[in-house]
Design a protein. Structure first.
Length: 455
């Protein structure tokens, strides 16, 4: 008996994908992009580097207006974790849109179902939830809740983490003078353990997580007022380059926070809801943060985000007003609920971990065979490949990263733009056949880049 194809494979012959009809970006993409770019300013580097105009997404395939078909290794920007237009999710949103679109923060049946489902799937004890409409607003809410809970007002965050573009979120990110933002008072950043590029090392050269914690002690005593409400961390950096801290780090960080009566906020907007093979990435290290934020894959493309915490923190949630114009609207709740059901029904956490196993083996092999690859890393379907001029010096190789990015895109791989770190974010619905196809394109692009650069 022939095995039934998964929904996203029906109607596509993957042996023929990707399929480039016109070169990418094609003429129609360029024409439409020029019209948009004449009006929208401040587009992302992703769009500026490769101004393609997409018209359709289905499963792991994106089609542009010139009829070129791409394999999607970007998921929007780490958003469509379950692929594009999953029939169950699209239908749930459409049904809600036909029924009622908004009733402020009144309770609706679908909201109750979502909240109760979240309490069941999230780590034990998490039973306080507020719903929002963007990652940044959920982060802002987490900061306000931490202040309300602790009565303190300052924050510590990590260099190269990213939390969004609202006032306080940008105060916890790298800034440059051009982006019009100033750091808010009482927001500080400290270095985070980066195993490939350790700042603090033991005598054998390995990364020394205790030395990082010692540094935070020193910083807390000498650079802050001592009134720190919370430490906020991206469990694994997305924008920063899929950097995964050592396994012992978060338990030590949690102890540090407890010792100083500050909360640990895990910003799981990017890492949560299956991206790394767990509902929360912190589960990989058996650490439960005091507050976690969710977004991106939570509604698989529909703007719905959340802040979650346990019983102790719930009262602080009561103190900060939770209502927004869109947070928890029926369409948003339907999208999030259907997304969780899809993860459960299709065993997608397990699939993400299977894919991780494939990806990491494949990338390790690539690293052995290509001199310009310095480091590779993966948790679930959150992947990074770091390009270097030389594996000994580890000098970042931006030019190579940009060349690989452009070449692979032209070959039919839609992905997240790169400086010297290639960031890959394939959907967790993928199978090995399609994952391998995507990696073949990445490897071909690396091979051609090496040749062109004389390696
Ligand atoms: C970890 C993290 N937090 C927060 C945000 C902000 O999310 P949004 O763009 O939905 O405001 C992002 C967005 O990339 C993110 O990666």
């Amino acid at each position: 008996m022939s095995k039934r194809l998964p929904w996203w494979k029906e109607g596509y012959d993957f042996s023929q994908l990707p399929k480039m009809k016109t070169g990418s970006p094609g003429p129609e993409s360029r024409r439409l992009h020029a019209r948009a770019a004449g009006i929208i300013k401040g587009l992302s580097s992703q769009v500026k580097l490769h101004p393609v105009c997409f018209k359709e997404g289905f499963g792991v395939v994106l089609t542009d207006v010139d009829g070129n078909r791409y394999i999607d290794f970007s998921s929007g920007i780490y958003v469509t974790t379950l692929g594009h237009c999953h029939p169950k999710i699209s239908e749930a949103v459409a049904r809600a849109a036909r029924t009622m679109m908004n009733c402020h923060d009144f309770t609706t049946p679908v909201k109750v179902e979502l909240l109760e489902k979240m309490v069941r799937i999230l780590p034990e004890g998490i039973n306080g939830i507020q719903l929002y409409d963007s990652g940044a607003t959920a982060v802002e809410a987490a900061l306000r809740a931490a202040r309300a809970y602790t009565g303190k007002h300052e924050f510590l965050g990590f260099m190269m983490d990213f939390h969004g573009k609202t006032g306080h979120a940008v105060s916890l990110a790298k800034m440059n003078s051009a982006n019009g933002a100033g750091r808010a008072q009482g927001f500080y950043m400290v270095p985070k353990p980066y195993p490939y590029r350790p700042l603090f090392k033991r005598t054998d050269g390995s990364i020394d997580t205790d030395a990082y914690i010692d540094y935070y002690e020193y910083f807390l005593a000498n650079a802050t007022t001592g009134q720190v409400a919370a430490f906020i961390a991206e469990p694994i950096q997305g924008w920063g380059g899929s950097v995964i801290p050592p396994d012992d780090f978060y338990s030590k960080l949690k102890k540090f926070c407890q010792k100083h009566d500050m909360l640990l906020i895990a910003d799981e907007v990017l890492t949560g809801m299956g991206r790394t093979g767990k509902y929360l990435a912190m589960e990989h290290w058996d650490v439960t943060a005091d507050i976690s934020t969710l977004g991106k894959g939570f509604g698989n493309g529909f703007p719905v985000t959340a802040m979650v915490a346990d019983e102790r923190i719930k009262d602080a949630f009561e103190k900060i007003s939770a209502s927004t114009s869109y947070g928890g609207n029926p369409m948003a709740c339907a999208a999030a609920l259907a997304s969780i059901e899809v993860i459960e029904e299709e065993c997608l956490l397990e699939n993400a971990l299977r894919l991780e196993d494939y990806f990491i083996k494949r990338m390790e092999k690539m690293k052995r065979e290509h001199k310009i690859i310095g480091d590779v890393r993966a948790k679930g379907c959150l992947l990074g490949i770091e390009m270097v001029r030389d594996q000994q010096s580890k000098e970042p190789f931006d030019e190579a990263g940009k060349m690989v990015y452009a070449k692979a895109f032209r070959k039919g791989l839609a992905w997240v733009p790169a400086g010297h770190i290639l960031r890959l974010s394939p959907s967790i619905i993928m199978d090995k056949e399609v994952a391998a196809k995507g990696m073949d394109i990445v490897e071909e692009a690396i091979y051609e880049t090496e040749k062109e650069l004389g390696y």
